[in-house]
Design a protein around this ligand. Sequence first.
Ligand SMILES: NC(=O)c1ccc[n+]([C@@H]2O[C@H](COP(=O)([O-])OP(=O)(O)OC[C@H]3O[C@@H](n4cnc5c(N)ncnc54)[C@H](O)[C@@H]3O)[C@@H](O)[C@H]2O)c1
Length: 288
Amino acid sequence: MSKYSLADKVALVTGGAQGIGLATARHLYERGASVVLVDLDPEATILAAEELGARAIGIGADVTDIGAMQDVVARAVDAFGRVDIVMANAGIAPAPATVRAMDPALFERVLDVNALGVYRTVHAALPQVVENKGQVIVVASVYAFVNGVMLAPYAMSKAAVEQFGRALRGELAQHGASASVAYFGFVDTAMVQEGFASSVAQRFEATFPSFLRRRLTAAQAGKAVADGIEDRAPRIIAPRRWTVYSVLRGLLNPLLDRRTERNATIQGILRDADKRQITLSSRDGISR
Ligand SMILES: NC(=O)c1ccc[n+]([C@@H]2O[C@H](COP(=O)([O-])OP(=O)(O)OC[C@H]3O[C@@H](n4cnc5c(N)ncnc54)[C@H](O)[C@@H]3O)[C@@H](O)[C@H]2O)c1
């Protein structure tokens, strides 16, 4: 199959002011695409776009607001005439906590941003993507299939995103458009740096095998997405070693679920986490 050229395409990237979104946008830009960055903080987003160059604009919007996302798509079409690619990447991760200890407002906010925010972003852009035989990229995570203990709403949202992307790919084929699901292991961004800052999280991270703990750079994750778009890949998995786990998930998950339930170290960490109430903070996108 011939490559999908990024030259002269228009890509809209949510969560684009930093991290994986900005790093992907940089690769897309360097390969000839115009880029629309969307993120919560308008100034930071405009600044990030200015750093990319003249074929980039930044717009402040919240992906949980369907009207705002429709407006973003309209502004992208005004600026560049079309939208070919939408990358629904904006996401939040709560500080690790058990379901019992997590503020329900935080639990729901994670699902609202990570699952419904992805839907709202994609739905607003679909008319353009279909018209231009373009591509949807939804950002899931290996948490779509590993046990989500202490990160239940995050894992729920990523499993939902995986299903959304798979269904969309089937539905878009009739239009000559496509959808890809991106799965990352750990990527060294603010999300992971802040998420693993607590001692409970660090003790939990230490229970993972070391080869799974190694972090990709945001630039490596962004390159994997840009390569995947050029290939119209159904799945973009980075680092590649997670492909083995994904393929074997039906066999490995029951074993690892049982380990979570029976391993004394993990159960000790969960006992401590159960006592630590985690509440919604302004960083999660809504004020108290
Ligand atoms: N970092 C990792 O290890 C990792 C692993 C797997 C998947 N992911 C996923 O990759 C995506 C990007 O994460 P990252 O690591 O670059 O994190 P990040 O925190 O650096 O960037 C996320 C961006 O999303 C924006 N955002 C959050 N809520 C928003 C909202 N309601 N509307 C608009 N923008 C919003 C944030 O402001 C931020 O700029 C997320 O979906 C995340 O779940 C990350």
